[in-house]
Design a protein around this ligand. Structure first.
Ligand code: FRU
Length: 495
């Protein structure tokens, strides 16, 4: 009966998608090589995993409109992280524990147990106690069709935790036991709670993995916890954490006590459009992380979700990034190497001298979907700032300023497209350095800028016209020398 209810919801969703996918495919703002839905709304990545020879992306999904609503889990698979095949919706709200009309099946994660794929997600409902959230599980033999566990929910909010702030389980296995971390709010402070289980179905509270004293808000959404080198990393997206969208902590985890002792913290990304990242392991051992390229209306820098709802869709993922641990325990986030396969029309220049205040144009692909890299030779640069203007044309541009004088980086989208707004900013550590690397990925509706060995990254959406295809460089307050300039067009993966 209950299987049937979910099946009906899935069939209705798939029929709707089949009717609307084609028009979205030809829409003006659709991305060319970033992962996005066939139609409708997408937010968090869920259940990212490599299973039976394929990468699986699940995602928070409302197939029916370009706005957030009752959540399903969308689903797609890929062999190379670039080209994706959409599969039927994997989870649909159907049970009294996950059928809140403004909730549904919230975020979660996946794990392979034996030869089955299991997922744990947050069910949302209202049984007279407000917006209640509980953890639920489902399994699949083929990785396509899922069965919700009859004993759901497997966990409800513990005493003292707000029932509407207990969500987004991330699961892993260690030494024959299963562990799960989820976000929670207690006494107005955010917590990451850790649970454990011998069979994935019966869970016991283990400890508070880490908590905010207020500096990181009142609720942590989508926590992720994983080993990296000889350390553990906790990531989360803080609600009430000011302009921070996604934070990491690096430290040591004690499997005896369930406590995480961290010593390093940092930002996963400093742009406006990088939220709820989730990581997974590639078969070659790389830790890869994927985030939703947008933000929520409660964030201080939020303007709106962009104009694409008019085309019947909204949301895409930022590029998959490999996470690496540096000797000082900070993290590097490198665009995955698979992306190199998309390169077309290479352009190289060994040296480019910028004269003060003279704009210089450079070429990379068609100036819309492209990759651009260069190294700033700081020993031969006396400019106070170097400006990189992207998607220039029709009097508009997005300006990335590398402020060498003040060790800051800015990305200004106030004149990007007549729609977007705001300036993202971050420190840029150039003191005592001789080189500064800059690496840009531009797609139809987004910019991702990686600097300082991919430790300082800004991801922002812009909705520029195709005529905005100029790339300009300019040194201010002195000259600048650029080395090893590389430009590439990037091939379309979706159409
Ligand atoms: C994060 C989030 C999660 C929740 C989901 C709902 O972006 O708010 O906490 O599970 O989105 O779609």
């Amino acid at each position: 009966m209950s299987e049937q209810r979910m099946q009906q919801q899935i069939e209705a969703a798939c029929a709707h998608i089949a009717q609307h996918a084609e028009s979205v495919r030809h829409s003006r703002y659709r991305q060319r090589y970033h992962f996005m839905p066939q139609c409708g709304w997408l937010n968090d990545p869920n259940g990212l995993i490599y299973f039976k020879g394929k990468y699986h992306f699940f995602y928070q999904y409302n197939p029916y409109s370009g706005f957030w609503d009752r959540m399903f889990w969308g689903h797609a698979v890929s062999e190379d992280l670039l080209h994706w095949d959409y599969l039927p919706v994997a989870l649909a709200p159907s049970e009294e524990y996950d059928d809140h009309p403004k909730g549904g099946c919230f975020s979660g994660s996946a794990i392979v147990i034996g030869d089955k794929l299991w997922v744990m997600y947050t069910g949302t409902c209202n049984n007279g106690n407000g917006f209640e959230q509980s953890q639920c599980v489902a399994w699949s033999e083929d990785g396509v069709q899922f069965h919700k566990y009859e004993g759901n929910p497997v966990l409800t909010a513990p005493e003292g935790v707000r029932p509407d702030c207990f969500r987004d389980p991330k699961v892993w296995e260690h030494d024959g036991l299963y562990y799960m971390v989820c976000g929670a709010s207690r006494d107005g402070k955010a917590q990451a709670l850790v649970y454990r289980s011998a069979d994935f179905l019966h869970w016991e509270f283990f400890n508070v993995l880490a908590e905010s004293r207020g500096e990181w808000g009142y609720m942590w959404e989508c926590p992720d916890f994983f080993p990296l080198g000889d350390k553990y990393v906790l990531m989360f997206s803080p609600m009430g954490g000011g302009e921070r969208t996604s934070v990491y902590l690096v430290g040591d985890f004690d499997y005896e006590t369930g406590k995480f002792q961290w010593s390093t913290s940092g930002e996963n990304d400093w742009g406006f459009d990088y939220y709820a990242p989730q990581s997974f392991l590639a078969p070659d051992g790389r830790r890869i992380m994927v985030a939703w390229a947008n933000s929520w209306d409660w964030m201080p820098t939020w303007k709106d979700w962009g104009p694409t709802y008019r085309e019947g869709w909204n949301g895409f993922f930022d590029l998959p990034r490999e996470v690496r641990l540096l000797p000082d325990n900070s993290l590097q986030f490198l665009p995955v190497k698979e992306l190199r396969a998309l390169r077309r029309d290479p352009q190289f220049k060994d040296v480019l001298e910028l004269q003060p205040d003279q704009e210089q144009s450079v070429t990379a692909g068609d100036g819309v979907a492209f990759e651009l890299r260069f190294t700033l030779d700081l020993e031969h640069t006396d400019a106070e700032q170097v400006e990189l203007s992207l998607r220039c044309g029709e009097g508009r541009r997005t300006v990335c300023t590398l402020d060498l004088k003040h060790s800051m980086m800015y990305v200004d989208r106030n004149n990007s497209d007549g729609w977007s707004r705001g300036v993202s900013k971050s420190p840029l550590f150039v003191r005592d350095k001789t080189l500064l690397d800059v690496h840009v990925f531009s797609d139809q509706s987004s910019l991702e800028i990686f600097t300082s060995d991919c430790t300082t990254n800004h991801s922002l959406n812009v909705f520029a016209s195709d005529a905005q295809n100029g790339i300009l460089l300019c040194a201010r307050g002195g000259g600048a020398r650029l080395l090893s300039l590389e430009g590439y067009g990037l091939e379309r993966t979706f159409c």
